[in-house]
Structure formats: C-alpha cells, structure tokens
Design a protein around this ligand. Structure first.
Ligand code: TXD
Length: 312
C-alpha cells in the first residue's frame, strides 16, 4: 500500500521561513518541503542551498522553492511567515496594515490548493494575523493556529535556567496571552526539575525575568537593527509542525481560537493546546487566579484592538 508523504509548505523564504526549513530538514519531520516567496529567485535559491545540506544531515526528502502555489498542492501543514519584520522602534502593531494584505493574499492561494491542511501562522502581529488566516481560509478553528507561545516560553525557560545555572530543558514554564508587552509568563506554574521557581528565586529576580521575557523580541531587534529573531522562531514553528505531522499530541502554548475557554470568546490567544494530526485537538483549560485573569484580560483587550484594525 502506498503511503502519502508528509508535505510541509513554508510561505515566506526570509529569515524565519528559511530557519524553519532548516530545522524541519535537520529533524527529518516530513518528506516534502515547499518554500514559497513572492520573490521567485529567493525561494528557488534558498531551497537549492537547503537541499544541498541533505548529504550532510541525512535528509532524503524533496525541497523546492517557487512562487507557484500549484506546487504546494495537498500540503499537510502550511507555515505562514510572509510579511514585513520589525525594525528598531517599530511595535508589532505597526506592521499590521501591510501584513494583513499580504497574509490575506497568501492564505487565499494556499487554502485553495490544500483544503485539508493545518495553518501555523507566524507573521506579526501574530494574534491578528492568525485571525486573518482563519477568516479568509474558512477553515475550521482547529486547523488554524498561531506560533508565539512556544517561542515566548522558550525564552522564559532560558532566562530562568540562566539565573539558576541549570539545564534549560529541565525548566518547564508557560507563557499565555498575546505575543506582545502584555504576554503573561505564568510564575505560579514555572518549575525546575519539578520544583516551583518561587521556592528558588526571589520575587525581584522573578520580576526581572518576566520583564525580560516580555521584551525579549525587542531586545534582539535592538541589537540586529535590520530584522528580528529567526532561529528560535523557526524552531518553535517546527516543534508545532512536528507534533501535527507525527500526531505527537504535545501540549504546547499556541494562539488558538477561543469560544468560552478561560472565559474568553471570539479571539485567538495564547493558551496551552494539544497538537495532533487534526491540528488543535484540545484546549487545555485550568483555573487561573484572579490576578492572572486580570493580567490575561489586558491581552484580550489588546488583541481585540488589533483584530478590529484588520477590518475583517
Ligand atoms: O513569534 C512570532 N510569531 C514571530 C513573528 C517571531 C519572529 C518573527 N515574526 C514575524 O514573522 C515578523 O515580524 C514578520 O512579520 C514575519 C517574518 O519575519 P522574517 O524575519 O522572516 O522576515 P523577512 O526575512 O523579511 O521575510 C519575510 C519574507 C520575505 O522573503 C518576503 O519576500 C516574503 O516574506 N513575502 C512574501 N512571500 C510570499 N507572498 C507574499 N505576498 C509576500 N510578501 C512578502
């Protein structure tokens, strides 16, 4: 019996798109990768470079670059990175107007060719762009998800590990809410080797880590000056894609469409979800403290404003 190969399309062959492709190759998570960019030569050239890493990293799948959406046909997962990236002094919201047009356009073309795919949206401002993909594609809510929480949580975990001088992988921590200044790195639930960080670090140290996590994207933009983070954003998207393609059912923080969960409705917001072959298979709801609820409500207000600005 012939088994269908797993196919990943990445739209936008810029910094994040290429990093995602590179991680997908090195983790061998699929048999086909299609890199799409409006600048045709860019996608073709980057795909050729990526494909030539195969003998060195052991990838035996097919990688192509194109601007022709026909070649994305029947993708299982579509990662959307197309759009502009932040420059110093720009907020994620400043990108909204331009990126909403780009994301609408790529969604229409990609959705037509892959009606059963699951979209992972990365383009900023992410919480509004994932809503745009949901509306324009007409896909069910479980098939559209935004990437931010995996990245923000990885940053949070890194800063906790550095402060304690322990292995980052032994830190378990969750960032919920918007991908922006009001994101909510949960302190109560962060643990190191099973021990709550509140037992190990002073309030001042934890406050500083939370603040640095909220500003971590801007910290990198401030140094790079011409673009934003791409290595860990690319890997975070692949962590999600892998869980979907391999039906791993990982619990990962993702921007999912809420219909009453956590008392919130009608927006995409970062919450823990189970990711499997059907996309968002479950939103993992739990009781928040009144302080956490209050902090999360700031995210909701900010996301609602962004969504209004999309005009959808
Ligand atoms: O956590 C997160 N969600 C993020 C989001 C983390 C990092 C970066 N984040 C956002 O992803 C960032 O603010 C941008 O909105 C996107 C992509 O960032 P990247 O750093 O990859 O930007 P680049 O290098 O400028 O690449 C964007 C590519 C570029 O090659 C363009 O030619 C292409 O997008 N592009 C298009 N491709 C296809 N179709 C259209 N219409 C199109 N327009 C631009």
């Amino acid at each position: 019996m012939e088994t269908k190969s797993r196919k990943l399309t990445i739209i936008g062959a810029g910094a994040v798109g290429c990093a995602a492709a590179q991680w997908a190759i090195s983790r061998n998570i699929c048999e086909e990768i299609v890199l799409v960019d409006v600048v045709e030569g860019l996608a073709v050239g980057k795909a050729l470079d990526l494909s030539q890493s195969a003998p060195l990293c052991g990838f035996s799948g097919n990688i192509i670059g194109t601007s022709d959406y026909a070649l994305t046909k029947d993708s299982d997962v579509i990662i959307v990175t197309a759009g502009l990236a932040r420059k110093p002094g720009m907020s994620r919201d400043d990108l909204l107007e331009k990126n909403v047009q780009i994301v609408k356009d790529v969604t229409q073309k990609a959705a037509q060719n892959s009606p059963n795919a699951c979209f992972i949206v990365i383009t900023n401002p992410i919480d509004a762009m994932v809503y745009t993909v949901f509306k324009v594609s007409g896909f069910p809510k479980n098939k559209v998800v935004g990437m931010a929480g995996v990245l923000d949580s990885a940053r949070y975990r890194t800063f906790i590990a550095k402060e304690l001088g322990v292995a980052p992988k032994d830190v378990s921590a969750l960032v919920m809410g918007i991908h922006g200044d009001f994101m909510l790195p949960l302190v109560r639930l962060a643990t190191v080797g099973g021990i709550p960080i509140t037992e190990l670090l002073s309030k001042e140290k934890i406050d500083a880590i939370v603040k640095r996590t909220q500003q971590a994207g801007a910290e990198i933009v401030g140094h790079l000056k011409t673009g934003s983070a791409f290595v860990t954003p690319g890997l975070s998207a692949i962590e999600m894609a892998q869980s979907i393609l391999n039906d791993e059912k990982r619990i990962l923080p993702c921007a999912a469409y809420l219909e009453g969960e956590f008392g919130i409705s009608g927006v995409f917001l970062g919450v823990p979800v189970v990711l499997g072959k059907n996309g968002v298979e479950k939103i993992v709801e739990f009781e928040l403290t009144s302080e956490e609820k209050e902090l999360l409500s700031r995210s909701v207000e900010a996301v609602k404003k962004q969504v209004e600005a999309t005009g959808l």
